[in-house]
Every structure is written in C-alpha cells, then in structure tokens.
Design a protein around this ligand. Structure first.
Ligand code: AMP
Ligand code: MG
Length: 582
C-alpha cells in the first residue's frame, strides 16, 4: 500500500470539484454539512413535530420530561449474557449492560454547553442547575427505562492489535431523538468500572475531562466534525494517577463528562468481530450503521458494504485534512479512537500546534512520534487498511479488489481536500497552477522560522494587502517571525501577485473570507492548563471563559484579547506536557 510521504502532505495536487474513484462519486464539497452522515432526518412522527416548535418556552423544563431510549440498540443486537461490572472477555455481543458507579460527592457542575443542552437536547438551561441533573449527569441517578450499556470493541494501538478494549469508563445512557428529528447517543465518561475496564479504575480526572469538554466544543465551532459535550461535573472522589508514568502517583479528583455523538461506533467496533470470527454479528453491525447513518446507501444494494467502506475512506480523508487546517493533532490515533462516522472522538493528549512543525507530537507518551501532526494522514491510511481487513469477511473477491482501489484513492482525496482548505486559508479563489507551490512554500518558511500556525494565517487575514506590501508588522507578532525568513519577500511578491489576479475580488472581501476560516483562538495547551489549575480548586471561571470564547473562534473578543489568547504563548507554555494519563 502506498504511503503518503511527509513531503507529499504538502505537495498538493490541483483539485477537480468531483473526482471519480473506481466509479464511485465522492463528494468533494467544502460545505461542512455536505459531509455529515446524519442528514437531518424528518421527525419520526408528526406528533414530534407538533410537540416541539422552536420557541425557548417549549424547552424541557424538568428532567422528568426528558426521555432517552436504549431500545433500538438493545433490539438490534444480542446483549452480553453475563451481568455485572466485573472485568472479563466478552463474546458474541455488541453491548454489555453495566450500571454506572456514582461519583462520590460533593458534586459540582463545572460547566454546561448551552448549545448542546438547548440546541440538541431541547432542555432548558435552568434544568442543569438542579440537584437531579447533577446526579443524572454524573451517573448517580438513572431515568426510568434507561438501560446503561457499555460497548465491546477492540483496536490497533500504536500499530499493534490490542485485543478487547471496549468502554472501560464510559456508559451509554441511550438515544435521544430531538425536535429536529436528530438521534443522539448520550454517554457518560468517567462513570465507573465496566466489564471492559481491564486494569483501569473506570474514572476520569478533572484535567482530562476539562480538556475533553472544552476541545470537543471548540472543534465543533471550528467547523470540524466531532462528538459534543453537554456538561462537566467534578467531585471530591480521590482518583490516583501517575500523570507522567514516572512513579510520582498523585491523588486527583474524579469528573464525569456527559458527551454525545450520533454514534460512538469505531473502526475497532468492527475489528473485534472480524478478529474473533463473529461474521454474522459483523454483518449485523454493518447493516445497523449503514441503515442508521449512511442514508444514501440503500439497504438492498448488493455493494452496500463496499460503498460504506469507500465512503468512510473519503470522509476520513476529509476529517484529517480538516484537523490539519486548524493545526489539530489528536495524539492517539488508534483504530479504537477512529469513528466510523469520521467525527473526532475520544479526546486525550491532543494538541493544537503552535510553532509550525510537522513533527509536532502532543502526547509525551508517544516516544516515537507515531502520531505526530504530520503523520496523521498516513495513520488514517493505516487505520483504513485495518478497517478493510475488518470488513473483508462480508465482501466478495471482486468487491474486495474494488475496496482496495478505493483505499488507493485516499491519498488523492486527502491532498485535494488539504489543498482546498489551505487555499481558502490564503484567500485564494479559483485554481492556478502555482497554488500548491505557494502553500508549500509558506509552510516551509513557517517551519524554518517556527512561526505560530494559528496566528500566521489569522494575521494574514487581518492585514490589508497594502500593509502586507509595506511589511509593516509592528505588533503583528506571527508575521514578524515569518518575515525573518530570507525568502519571505519572494513569497510575498508571489502571493500579492496571485491575489491581484483575482478579478471580482476586493481586499476587504479577501480579508473577511480568510477571517471566516482562520480562527483567532484555539485551545492552546497553556490556556487549558491555566483553566484546569483553577478548576482543580473549584474555580470554573476560566473554563467558562474559554468555553465562551472558543464558541466564536473567528470573532475578535475583548475578553480574549485581555487574557492574551491571541498573543505569543507565555514562556511557561513551552514546559507543558500532556500524557496518555487521564
Ligand atoms: P483511550 O486511550 O482513552 O482511548 O482508552 C483506551 C482504552 O482504555 C479504552 O478501552 C478505555 O475505555 C480504556 N481506559 C482508559 N482509561 C481507563 C480507566 N481509567 N479505567 C478503565 N478503562 C480505561
Ligand atoms: Mg478511546
């Protein structure tokens, strides 16, 4: 299988708007909605439509009116016949029933996402202030009819088959069909031991939970497909962690994030079934995922598994290109952390790249840099190879060959999308022969000068062509760094010339377009760290502030400027480390 050479990541190909790979048409639209598997389905019943109209007064006022259902998942698959939260190898099922272990109090609501609570869950924000919510969203109280489930999955971790993994500290509370007709699966993370906990305690600590909450919401507002977070609850329950695996075990505190996704199935969900020869169940899970989430694939299509696979190849390429466009490194791109819906899931030791460096590795536990930012495209390919192995038992020989050809198309799709996204980041319209060179040249200069990824693009968006021409970079710190490169003038001339050829464009329009795709604020490690330190002493003001600011990452905000969120990172930020420990 061909690999994307690191240099190739930046050697970009010109893109047609629709490329046909093996006869399968792949959508290459840059429109984010175009890449959602879960096209908004009509509400299942008219009664749903009439029950909910869009006014706030119609939001759910009490948890008693909030109904989740696990029925679909339970009826679709055989459930683990063994009961209880003891650790075991599980066979012949997709889920095990498992009751969350309540966090020990006192419990505190650190933060909630209004966008999720009201916009997705139809719940009035006032409900989140209740005691009932505090217990519900931390695993202490179940709603009537709720059957908490934990999912059996496996995965390739750091290149090797790791066997059974599964939800070791997450509980699925059920599915919620909202008034828009969307179905969301709610999960608690950090809610105690399950049959899949292996040697873990089933808990999550405050620092990793703050990071997951903030980053998943931030990614959503950056326009990157992702799971969402509804609430973060912290406790006083002691949780022991050796944060840097150096024998320095410390007592931290447990926290639970209530998170949601249209589906939590991963590549590893299929892998475990293929690895253990449970082909009927594999087919069942594939049918379920396709029926529920790939509405364009007909259930009687004889090629449905092939089309499913090709779609995941396409969407994964798009997702990783989007990660690259915002400088996001996931940190642990194991197959168990790669969603079948190609959304970003399982936030751990992720990082937003500051100084531009393709070798940026956010996770200090990743000694070999397997999951460096520049390796993510290749890792996506590796994971898709593993997905193909998992799907192959239900493919005919001919379909398998076609799936292999679809996989070969991954490189082109990724590069096309990367090219589109970076062209937009530079405000380029249309297509010119030298565009790939212009982008690659800039990235190379950024690498040489270690310019800040986010702010270089942002400042190019905020500066007028005239100011750029004059090289007036006082207080424009990232561009000042970039302009120290000996070839900067050459690049600048090329760039300005390219912009000047854009008929029907004006500089203000160019700036606005660029500002809409180049964020001013991302969740830098030092920002998260500062908020975490306060959260650990029950001051959630900075978590709130970050959550608020990162909900409008493309808009300059006074409070963010005061906090230095668009300034050159403080010196102490360089000493920060994030590990797998969470
Ligand atoms: P992650 O690296 O967080 O994606 O987790 C990999 C696997 O380890 C998954 O099966 C998790 O459920 C499991 N895991 C991680 N942390 C814990 C924990 N504290 N207790 C139980 N299982 C865990
Ligand atoms: Mg995981």
């Amino acid at each position: 299988m061909c690999r994307i050479h690191r240099v190739l990541v930046f050697a970009l190909l010109a893109a047609a708007s629709l490329t046909s790979v093996n006869g399968l048409e792949f959508c290459q639209s840059t429109d984010r909605d175009c890449h959602s598997h879960d096209k908004i389905a009509p509400p299942p019943f008219d009664s749903v439509r009439s029950r909910w109209n869009t006014t706030v007064s119609n939001l759910i006022q009490s948890l008693d009116q909030f109904h989740l259902s696990s029925t679909k998942l339970i009826e679709a698959f055989p459930i683990d016949e063994v009961d209880g939260n003891f650790i075991r190898t599980v066979k012949n099922c997709i889920f095990s029933k498992s009751i969350p272990t309540p966090l020990k109090g006192p419990l505190r609501l650190a933060t909630v996402s209004k966008d999720v609570i009201e916009g997705i869950l139809d719940v009035h924000m006032a409900v989140t202030q209740s005691d009932e919510f505090l217990h519900y969203a931390s695993g202490g109280r179940l709603r009537p009819g709720s059957v908490p489930l934990t999912h059996r999955y496996g995965g390739h971790q750091f290149g090797y088959w790791a066997g059974q993994l599964g939800d070791g500290r997450a509980h699925s509370l059920g599915q919620y069909t909202n008034r828009k007709g969307e179905v969301w699966e709610l999960q608690l993370k950090g809610s105690g031991r399950t049959p899949y906990s292996r040697s873990g305690d089933g808990r999550a600590v405050i620092r990793s939970s703050v990071r997951e909450f903030l980053c998943s919401e931030a990614m959503h507002f950056l326009g990157v497909p992702t799971s969402r977070a509804a609430s973060l609850i912290v406790s006083d329950e002691p949780v022991l962690r050796d944060q840097f695996y150096n024998g320095n075990v410390k007592t931290e505190r447990g926290a639970v994030v209530l998170r949601l996704a249209k589906s939590w199935f991963r590549i590893g969900s299929l892998e475990i079934l293929a690895q253990s020869g449970e082909v009927d169940l594999l087919r069942k899970l594939l049918n379920f995922v396709i029926d529920e989430h790939f509405s364009s694939i007909k259930c009687d299509d004889p090629d449905k598994y092939l089309v499913f696979y090709s779609t995941v190849v396409n969407e994964t390429a798009h997702l990783i290109a989007q990660w690259m466009s915002v400088g996001f490194a996931h940190g642990v791109c194991n197959t168990d952390n790669f969603s079948l819906l190609s959304i970003t899931i399982d936030y751990g030791p992720f990082g937003f790249m500051e100084s531009y460096n393709p070798d940026f590795v956010p996770n200090t536990s990743d000694d070999e840099g397997r999951y460096s930012i520049g390796a993510q495209a290749n890792v996506g390919l590796f994971n898709l190879e593993k997905l193909l192995l998992a799907v192959s038992p239900v493919l005919s020989k001919k379909q398998l060959k076609e799936a292999e050809i679809a996989l070969k198309g991954y490189v082109d799709i990724y590069q096309m999308r990367f090219h589109q996204l970076f062209k937009a980041k530079l405000g380029l319209l249309g297509e010119e022969e030298g565009d790939a060179y212009l982008i690659a040249y800039l990235l190379k200069m950024m690498e040489d000068t270690r310019s800040d990824f986010t702010m270089t693009f942002r400042q190019l968006s905020e500066i007028s062509a005239q100011e750029l021409q004059n090289r007036n970079f006082t207080q424009i710190w990232a561009l000042e760094d970039l302009s120290s490169h000996k070839l900067f003038s050459d690049w600048l001339s090329m760039y300005l010339l390219r912009l000047s050829r854009q008929q029907k464009d004006c500089d203000l329009d160019r700036q606005q377009r660029m500002k809409n795709v180049n964020p001013r604020y991302v969740l830098r490690n030092w920002m998260a760290e500062s908020a975490i330190r306060r959260a650990e002493v029950n001051d959630f003001s900075e978590v709130e502030l970050l959550h608020h600011i990162l909900s409008s990452p493309f808009v300059t905000q006074e409070t963010a400027e005061e906090a230095g969120y668009a300034a050159s990172p403080p010196l102490w930020a360089t000493r920060l480390k994030v590990s797998c420990s969470s």
